[in-house]
Design a protein around this ligand. Structure first.
Ligand SMILES: *Cc1c(COP(=O)(O)O)cnc(C)c1O
Length: 230
């Protein structure tokens, strides 16, 4: 079941990248609300089709990720935080995750940098942008990206990798395209100033193809892999 869904998604990613003449796109499997057994099953399925590739999982809550990691024991996986991060959770997050995709204020940068455990590789960081300027959404304004990028780049325990966005789920595809394009422009600008920037995280189950066409390098997929959430 899960193996079939994974196969379909990888096919969609491949096709979309090829049709848009873009390089390979990374799959982030969004495992929020799914049990650890589903994570293990997906990781196993991915090992069969892409040997040597580390499976990447996205979680919205620090505590949920910690619980899953504990029950998965030594399984070598890559964990991404894709939910809003409160400053008082920065210590746990800096230890539990390999990537934080939701950095949207300078205060959080310092907290993550301080709490990244010594001896670990730098924590990969994406700046979350509130691209549709929705009051209900987290993420910084486009005009704040530069200050955040400078703060992140100045911390040896952090590694600035790019941008992340959750555009408003407009039923009108063209409005979503506008948001994706705006993100791509911001991303290209950032990448010219910071050569280590290589990741534009946008697109979910509903708009994988559109996001890839407009320049996503990583898509975050939950429902299309694991089925509807309860
Ligand atoms: C839940 C979630 C996803 C996955 O959404 P699906 O529609 O289930 O693919 C992607 N990104 C973020 C930030 C999420 O919270």
């Amino acid at each position: 079941m899960l193996a079939n869904a994974l196969h379909d998604i990888l096919q969609r990613l491949d096709n979309a990248a090829r049709n848009a003449s873009r390089p390979q796109v990374r799959l982030l499997a969004v495992s929020k609300t799914r049990p650890a057994t589903a994570v293990a099953e997906l990781a196993q399925a991915l090992r069969l089709v892409q040997p040597g590739c580390v499976a990447a999982f996205g979680e919205n809550y620090v505590q949920e990720a910690l619980a899953k990691q504990a029950s998965l024991g030594g399984l070598a996986l890559e964990w991404h935080l894709i939910g809003h991060l409160q400053s008082n959770k920065a210590r746990d997050a800096a230890a539990a995750f390999d990537w934080i995709q939701t950095v949207d204020r300078v205060k959080l940068v310092a907290a993550l940098a301080t709490h990244r455990p010594a001896g670990r590789v730098p924590l990969n960081v994406l700046i979350q942008v509130n691209i549709d300027d929705e009051t209900s959404k987290h993420g910084c304004a486009p005009g704040d990206i530069d200050a955040l990028a400078a703060a992140i780049a100045s911390e040896p325990s952090l590694r600035l990798r790019g941008l992340m966005a959750i555009p408003a789920p407009h039923p009108d595809v063209e409005l979503r395209r506008v948001a994706f394009r705006a993100m791509k422009t911001l991303f290209d600008g950032l990448a010219t100033r910071y050569p280590q920037v290589d990741t534009l995280s946008m697109g979910m189950s509903d708009d994988i193809e559109l996001a890839i066409k407009e320049g996503a390098t990583m898509v975050r997929v939950g429902t299309a892999l694991f089925g509807p959430r309860q």
